[in-house]
Design a protein around this ligand. Structure first.
Ligand SMILES: C[S@@+](CC[C@H](N)C(=O)[O-])C[C@H]1O[C@@H](n2cnc3c(N)ncnc32)[C@H](O)[C@@H]1O
Length: 373
């Protein structure tokens, strides 16, 4: 690797630390790491019918002791920190075997935890021995470079993944099975292939199109596959040569119909939009003092707007949010979504739409306000 060039959309063969040390510093927007878990599996695990369970018994998951694992973890995290941009972020996934140790290392190095996300597996593997609860989740730590630095979060854009509500830190997703699971000669190609849905969420939530996502433990290339689908650049590092052609072929087969910026733009317009207080709509003539507002389009629940944007609802006075809460018997709610004006034809128009029109007019200076006066 020469100069400051990044080997975009390529898999680099080698040890994660050695390869990261050759990458330019401050060059990566997001790191997703699914490092060895140090599961310490001894002997074969079998089902009650004595068939063999495909567990994680690979050589790459073996460490002599906790100390060796801790050294490995802090070394690769240091290398990761160097290549990450100041406003970049890192996700690390793990299980109870390693995630506490990874979390300590992250914090010791100065990373600042943004969220811990629990991936709850909808179809976990049972505990075949029946000696404890089945491990039905994995933990992801999402961290930024330090407490004060910025990072990317597509906050509003993630709401559709939780029925339009604020995205939660618990994600219910199936493990990678069936058609999604890559097989070679009938056997799983990799013991820990992650579901595409998991990486899809991670990348969508915390990067923008054309950002660079680095995965230092690439395996079957799930990170690269999700990045390509989402029009992000990716770089993979993998020490085991056998996985590389499998991942390359997987990513090559993904075809995207439309790479236009519009198709991928989920920049959070709502968050980026300037805040518009309700009173602004009065002082700019979009809503008139004395005008009636109707709660949920119900003519029997009308309020009058005072010149400062306060509503008079019977004997109650308050902001659009306070009045909404009053009507909903104390349940807090976003008043913008409950109140409507009526136009000359008697059609109800949401004040949220009026606010949108105000914003558009500010952007285009093209005055649509006559529509609603
Ligand atoms: C838990 S798996 C990652 C699986 C991957 N997320 C997927 O969906 O296929 C860890 C991967 O890291 C690789 N690995 C282990 N130690 C490594 C190292 N020091 N440098 C680079 N890769 C390493 C292993 O070969 C393995 O493929």
């Amino acid at each position: 690797m020469t100069g400051q060039e990044l080997p975009l959309n390529q898999i680099l063969h080698g040890d994660a630390v050695q390869v990261m040390r050759k990458l330019p510093e401050n060059s990566i927007d997001l790191i997703f790491a699914d490092p060895p878990y140090n599961m310490q599996i001894k002997g074969n695990l079998t089902r009650p019918d004595f068939s063999k369970v495909e567990g994680v018994d690979d050589n790459w998951d073996k460490f002599d002791n906790y100390q060796a694992y801790d050294e490995f973890t802090s070394t690769w995290l240091k290398a990761a920190r160097r290549v990450l941009k100041p406003e970049g972020a890192i996700w690390v996934i793990g299980t109870y075997h390693n995630i506490y140790r990874v979390g300590k290392s992250l914090q010791d190095l100065g990373f600042w935890v943004i969220n811990e996300v629990i991936w709850e597996k909808t179809n976990p593997m049972p505990n075949f021995k029946g000696v404890r609860f089945t491990n039905a989740h994995e933990t992801l730590i999402w961290a930024k470079q330090n407490k004060s630095c910025k990072y990317t979060i597509n906050y509003h854009a993630m709401k559709p993944f939780n029925d339009g509500k604020q995205m939660r830190s618990t994600w219910n997703l199936p493990i990678c099975k069936g058609k999604e699971r890559i097989r070679v000669n009938g056997e799983s190609a990799h013991s820990t292939q992650k579901p595409l849905s998991l990486l899809y969420r991670v990348i969508l939530a915390s990067t923008n199109p054309e950002d660079v996502v680095l995965d230092p433990f690439f395996g079957t290339g799930t990170t690269g596959a999700a990045a390509k689908i989402l029009h992000r650049n990716w770089i993979g590092i993998e020490s085991d040569q056998t996985y590389i052609p499998i991942a390359q072929e997987r990513i090559k087969r993904i075809k995207i119909e439309d790479f236009s910026p519009e198709a991928f733009n989920i920049r959070d317009e709502k968050r980026l939009a300037p805040r518009v207080p309700f009173s602004r709509l009065l002082e700019t003539g979009y809503i008139k003092p004395g005008q009636s507002l109707y709660f949920n389009q119900d003519p029997s629940q009308a309020a009058k707007v005072k010149p400062n944007g306060i509503l008079q609802f019977g004997k109650f006075t308050g902001s659009i949010h306070q009045t909404t809460k009053h009507i909903l018997n104390g349940k807090p709610a976003n008043g913008w979504l409950y109140w409507f004006t009526k136009d000359k034809q008697g059609r109800y128009i949401s004040i949220d739409l009026i606010r949108e029109n105000y914003r558009k007019d500010q952007n285009h200076s093209s005055g649509e306000k006559d529509k609603i006066s």
